[in-house]
Write a protein that binds this ligand. Structure first.
Ligand code: SF4
Ligand code: SF4
Length: 448
């Protein structure tokens, strides 16, 4: 009897583990065959067309081919689709009805990751891509006194930016991170601090009341004030805090490059640091959703047999998920001193796909006389996508509806869980305003 293929299922969709140590994972013929198979499913579905430039690129290739089917697209052109995927995960997590256990077994972002990883094995990426994904050495160098002033000045110098575009492939108008002066850096600050008032930590139903903060490359070098605000907000909420000074990069930039061996090295460097904190009773938290996603989803799928990775996944929290959990347990501080007024809040893709709900919006809405307008679309920053000369214009196109929504909200403050997305919105607005991380808004509301 023929089987009927149905959309939907009573079983929950799930992301499958990534068998990247299997030699077939990187085999070009196998990768192209799987790309062809999945592209064909997407061709007949097309519901992700508005999410990013990867799908329009694919559909244009198909529609402009001789057969108007996937078999009419040259395999060499598959890379054009792959290059437009920045692994935001939105297609898989918010749109696709064909994730396993559906028999079509479509996991578009992880197939893009496989294609990136295969290409990484075949040939060395260009030096620009290796450089901009090497966040710790590059950021550390650029944040050095003396060099920092040159880096910040160079970022604003039109002539230098034009040279940078020609020589390095960094778009001359791209928003590139600033390196604020900061001594000591967050990771060099006092490493452990009790809750305000010195109370002993009180555990909630899902939280220990002790948080080890993974500072992250971006928090350390570009947004140290947001890390500082997180620490103050947590302590004000009767939470003991500790900084994970010796943690390495989360691995997300190298994941986007397809460099899975370096992702594994990042994991090996971070696990002992995270585990020590967890064994001391700390939960873990980061100010950047992408870094949290690495340990809540990507590492567990890349290393499904690793018990330590699973343990870290269970201990990792989004800041507002944590605060809302404490609020439900009656343990959060909701004694606010200042209203925030109209706030435009952008929910970052890498936070949305963690399936934790709208916790940032909920917690900010607890502040009296505060009206939060939610913006739930991709900001277009997407790691290195908005920085590269060849994709900057696409990134700006993706950002446009978000920028318009923020402008139309006429907010007193705007920002995103993702500090980079906040800077992208700021760049799109181009009106001299500055994005504020939601945790910094909360600090203001507390009057800290
Ligand atoms: S993961 Fe994001 S960028 Fe990649 S194809 Fe899906 S929606 Fe587009
Ligand atoms: S990823 Fe899934 S939902 Fe999106 S176009 Fe492809 S098949 Fe359709």
């Amino acid at each position: 009897m023929p089987t009927t293929v149905k959309e939907g299922s009573l079983e929950a969709p799930k992301r499958e583990s990534i068998d990247w140590r299997d030699p077939a994972f990187h085999n070009r013929e196998a990768v192209d065959a799987e790309l062809e198979r999945v592209f064909d499913v997407c061709h007949t579905c097309r519901r992700c067309v508005s999410l990013c430039a990867a799908f329009p690129t694919l559909f244009d290739l198909i529609d402009e081919s001789e057969t108007m089917e996937v078999d009419g697209v040259a395999k060499a052109d598959y890379a054009n689709v792959v290059d437009h995927c920045f692994l935001c995960d939105l297609c898989a997590e918010t749109k696709c009805p064909y994730l396993p256990p559906h028999e079509f077994r479509v996991d578009f972002p992880h197939l893009m990751l496989r294609a990136k990883a295969a290409r990484f094995k075949e040939r060395k990426p260009r030096w620009r891509d290796r450089l901009i994904t090497s966040t710790v050495p590059v950021f550390r160098t650029l944040a050095t006194p003396g060099i920092r002033q040159l880096a910040n000045g160079g970022a604003r110098n039109k002539a230098l930016r034009s040279i940078g575009e020609r020589v390095a492939g960094i778009h001359k108008n791209a928003p590139i991170p600033a390196f604020p002066p900061r001594t000591p850096r967050p990771s060099e600050s006092t490493h452990t601090a009790p809750a305000h008032g010195g109370e002993a930590p009180i555990a909630g139903s899902a939280t220990t009341g002790k948080v080890a903060v993974f500072v992250t490359c971006y928090g350390e070098y570009n947004e140290p004030d947001a890390v500082d605000d997180l620490l103050r907000v947590l302590r004000h909420n009767h939470i003991e805090v500790k900084l994970l000074a010796s943690a390495a990069c989360c691995g997300m930039p190298k994941l986007e490059l397809g460099d899975l061996e370096t992702v594994a090295a990042n994991k090996d460097a971070n696990l002992p640091v995270f585990l020590e904190a967890v064994e001391d009773g700390y939960d873990i938290m980061a100010i950047v959703p992408s870094c949290t996603l690495m340990y809540r989803q990507e590492m567990p799928l890349l290393f499904p047999q690793d018990e330590q990775v699973a343990r870290i996944r269970r201990a990792f929290f989004d800041p507002f998920e944590y605060l809302m959990s404490r609020h439900r347990d009656g343990l959060a501080n909701v004694d606010f001193e200042q209203p925030l007024g109209k706030v435009a809040y952008h929910a970052a893709c890498h936070q949305r796909v963690q399936a934790i709900g709208r916790r940032t919006q909920e917690f900010l809405s607890l502040v009296p006389d505060t009206e939060v307008t939610l913006v739930e679309r991709c900001s277009g920053h997407d790691g290195t996508y908005a920085v590269k000369a060849e994709t900057y214009e696409d990134a700006m196109k993706i950002a446009r509806p978000v920028v318009r929504a923020v402008r139309n909200a006429a907010p007193a403050a705007y920002g995103s869980d993702c500090p980079m997305a906040g800077r992208m919105i700021e760049h799109g607005l181009a009106d001299g305003s500055r994005a504020t991380h939601p945790i910094s808004m909360l600090r203001q509301a507390y009057g800290l």
